[in-house]
Ligand binder design. Sequence first.
Ligand SMILES: Nc1ncnc2c1ncn2[C@@H]1O[C@H](COP(=O)(O)OP(=O)(O)OP(=O)(O)O)[C@@H](O)[C@H]1O
Length: 259
Amino acid sequence: MLKIENLHARVAGREILKGLSLEVNAGEVHAIMGPNGAGKSTLGNVLSGRDGYEVTAGTVAYNGVDLLTLAPEARAAAGVFLAFQYPVEIPGVNNTYFLRAALNAQRKVRGEKELDSMQFLKLVREKLKVMQISDELLHRAVNEGFSGGEKKRNEIFQMAVLEPQLAILDETDSGLDIDALKQVAQGVNTLRSPERAFLMITHYQRLLDYVVPDFVHVLADGRIVESGDKSLALKLEAHGYAGIGAGHAAAPHRAGAQA
Ligand SMILES: Nc1ncnc2c1ncn2[C@@H]1O[C@H](COP(=O)(O)OP(=O)(O)OP(=O)(O)O)[C@@H](O)[C@H]1O
């Protein structure tokens, strides 16, 4: 589904991604871990096409299409969903209205008929039931005054309604109490399917107790320096990042290329 090769990206004039490669197949859950400032959120932002993130080299193929040439809304319509580390508040805009507008915008790009308010409410009710989420957040403005946990739960609900093919979750576990963490994890597990893939950026292996990943990658200094299964997250929890990917990080960067 997703093939990233030798991706280099710059933010505010500084190179942050430095040759990142990663392959994700449909049905897989990949956890991305790594030290602060390594470039994890930058990867999510580059994949979703956020302004200010400049790709300087490398390729990203999504279902065989060059993702980097697509506008952000075309990426969303093609099924790429990014849940932000710090979800934005949109005061005065009703959450349900926002979600319907987002869904219909995507349907329009895909050439599908827009849902009217009755059809949309039916969908929302179904999703609330499946996701075991109460409807209290739907009547409020988007994320306005939401607690950290409510914002994250709202994101999972947005994901349930938008039904992305590739869901990128950036620190979905940060700031959650244990019950909220379990609820968010249950939401992700409910949405796992053979057609859908997840990239989960996380700092703690705790989330991975509830959403068991197929692969765990360590992103350090703009590259994936080590990959493994869930046991890699346990190793990181026990020993931190010291020594991880040392061989890779120390490898000469395209030695001789400029000679
Ligand atoms: N919009 C921006 N403007 C300026 N610098 C940025 C911007 N976005 C990211 N950076 C810088 O890029 C580097 C990587 O940031 P990024 O958020 O991708 O790291 P991260 O691995 O997600 O870190 P953390 O674990 O702390 O969330 C940091 O030094 C950060 O300050």
